[in-house]
Design a protein around this ligand. Structure first.
Ligand code: GDP
Length: 326
């Protein structure tokens, strides 16, 4: 089994997109399968630059991702794109499927595109997203673009996975910049106003600059660029600015700090999942739990001491509850 993964990785590194897709599918299965693949990939990760791109629906994220990718492809870099789509609560699948809009890029052997769902309606990344980033990193993609709709929790979660976040805005979203939620401003390392070919782009950019200056701990002015993804204007400048910001973060230790935090958060997620599966699941499924709930409901017992005692017992502080005894 391990050898199969090694072979897939080897093929992925030479640009075989089917092999990359297989690795990601294995990771999406979760459990022992994901663990085995990721363990094999791990020594090869940590090299890619990971850029997050977020903004309101229709801001032009896909169009811009397309344009940025072409710029970096022209420089000979391999680019991996993960488009995080809000998951439909009914189908549980990614609504937009594999991006049809990125048509011509899918033919480029140096570009890998994958859509992934979010965790439920409120957003947040599915646990496999970080794994997919590792897979692309290990397969030698130099740049990984993580594109997400700025709704719910997903843009904040992207920040946790990305080295650097680009927040996209557009003119004419009603109350202009106010349409960008304050929370989004905090996660941006740089900002771009797309659709600069339309009227009002300058004003939106200026309002954005003014809002950013209100930030309390303003250490350096965050760049706000004008771009037109569909016309191609300002794309080169934006790519160069992204590279410049990356080097800045790398130079001042911020990148290393973010990566350490990310690793810590990934580790915590793994440990939490393990605890939930091994300790909480059996409890939730046990008759003892159902009976305790009834006692809490009828107020014959309080849940507070019970919970504390339970934790003490499972952490080795006592003989432990006999979970499956009725
Ligand atoms: P997303 O939902 O943020 O990924 O946005 P899309 O990339 O799908 O773009 C939404 C719409 O805006 C599409 O019809 C694009 O053709 C259009 N669009 C994207 N960039 C520009 C631009 O720079 N100028 C103009 N006028 N339209 C654009």
């Amino acid at each position: 089994m391990t050898d199969d993964f090694a072979a897939l990785l080897e093929r992925g590194r030479t640009g075989d997109k089917r092999a990359v897709a297989r690795l990601i599918s294995h990771i999406e299965q979760g459990g022992e399968m994901a663990r085995s693949v990721l363990t094999q990939l791990w020594p090869h990760t940590g090299r890619a630059r990971i850029f997050g791109i977020t903004g309101p629906p229709g801001a032009g994220k896909s169009t811009l991702t397309n344009a940025l990718t072409k710029f970096w492809r022209a420089k000979g870099l391999r680019v991996g794109i993960i488009a995080v789509d809000p998951t439909s609560p009914f189908t549980g699948g990614a609504i937009l499927g594999d991006r049809v809009r990125m048509g011509d890029l899918t033919l480029d052997t140096g570009v890998f595109i994958r859509s992934m769902g979010t965790r439920g309606q409120l957003g947040g990344l599915s646990p496999a997203t970080a794994g997919a980033v590792h897979a692309l990193d290990a397969c030698g993609y130099d740049l990984i673009l993580l594109e997400t709709v700025g709704v719910g929790q997903s843009e904040v979660a992207v920040m946790e996975i990305a080295d650097l976040v680009l927040v996209l805005n557009v003119p004419g979203l009603g109350d202009d910049v106010q349409a960008i939620k304050a929370g989004i401003l905090e996660i941006g390392d740089l900002f771009a106003v797309n659709k600069a070919d339309r009227p009002g782009a300058d004003r939106t950019a200026n309002e954005l600059r003014a809002m950013l200056e209100l930030g309390e701990e303003e250490k350096r002015p965050l760049p706000v660029l004008l771009v037109s993804a569909s016309q191609g204007t300002g794309v080169t400048e934006l790519c160069e600015e992204l590279e410049r910001q990356y080097l800045l973060l790398d130079g001042n230790g911020e990148l290393a700090r973010r990566r350490a935090l990310r690793l810590r958060s990934e580790l915590l997620t793994l440990v939490r999942e393990g605890i939930e599966q091994r300790l909480l699941r059996p409890l939730l499924d046990s008759p003892m739990f159902a009976q305790s709930l009834e006692r809490f409901q009828s107020r014959t017992e309080s849940p507070y001491r019970w919970a504390e005692e339970f934790v003490t017992q499972i952490s080795g502080g006592g003989p432990g509850y006999e979970l499956h005894k009725s």
